[in-house]
Design a protein around this ligand. Structure first.
Ligand SMILES: *Cc1c(COP(=O)(O)O)cnc(C)c1O
Length: 230
């Protein structure tokens, strides 16, 4: 079932790219495997998945150890500073940086290991109170502050759009994030690239691709509903 789901999502990603005149190679499909067992990840691998997203440090580390080295891991969830040291050398991207203090910790740990940490700035585009992320207004200032830190590269922006019934409702959100990225790119800030736009989840990834997403994060659409009770 998981392999089949992955193929269906892959097909829809291709179609959304075609519709918007984009090349499939511009969009990275991240299979969000949080709460799901290793066996299901192996199922997805059979269909070609090799990039996985997790939102908990411990879970990411466990799966990282249990699975082949050639997989790529993305930390997509809120990250506490005291846990940065566990993921900085395992996660290829950290999608959820929304404060200078967190970025300073990532920089410090990356420096210790002599690696470059790739991060995205999480923007709370819709201004939802329940969500993490920096406001649109404060994004540029935060980026300017982080850009000066060693061993950290700002690769782009990420957002978690609101939950909606009709994905079209999120089109303006994706458009706003794209516009913000373009505006910031034009400022030519040293050490800041705006090549990555991580936006779109199971309910709205096709719309996100039409609006310029370069990374989509799909969980339920690949692995099925999550059960948090256990
Ligand atoms: C869980 C999660 C996703 C995947 O959500 P689905 O709706 O299951 O596709 C994407 N991004 C983040 C940050 C998440 O925490």
């Amino acid at each position: 079932m998981v392999a089949e789901n992955y193929r269906i999502v892959e097909e829809k990603v291709c179609q959304a790219c075609e519709r918007s005149g984009r090349s499939r190679s511009e969009v990275t499909l991240i299979a969000v495997s949080k709460t799901k067992p290793v066996q299901m990840i192996q199922e997805a691998m059979k269909a070609g998945a090799n990039i996985f997203g997790e939102n908990k440090v411990q879970e990411l580390c466990e799966k990282y150890e249990a699975l082949p080295e050639e997989l790529h891991w993305h930390m997509i969830g809120h990250l506490q500073r005291n846990k940065v040291k566990y993921v900085v050398d395992k996660a290829e991207y950290i999608h959820s940086v929304d404060s200078l203090r967190l970025a300073e910790e990532i920089s410090k740990e990356a420096l210790k290991r002599n690696i470059q940490a790739k991060i995205l700035i999480e923007v709370n585009v819709a201004g939802e109170e329940s969500k993490f992320g920096v406001s649109m207004e404060d994004t540029e200032d935060l980026i300017r502050a982080i850009a000066g830190l060693p061993n950290i590269c700002i690769e782009g922006l990420m957002t978690i759009a609101p939950y909606v019934e009709n994905p079209e409702e999120n089109r303006p959100i994706f458009r706003s994030l794209k516009k913000l990225a373009v505006d910031i790119k034009m400022k030519n800030i040293d050490n800041v690239h705006m090549g990555v736009l991580s936006m779109g989840m199971t309910g709205d990834y096709e719309v996100a691709i039409e609006e310029g997403a370069t990374m989509v994060r799909v969980g339920t659409g690949i692995f099925g509903e999550r059960n948090y009770e256990k």
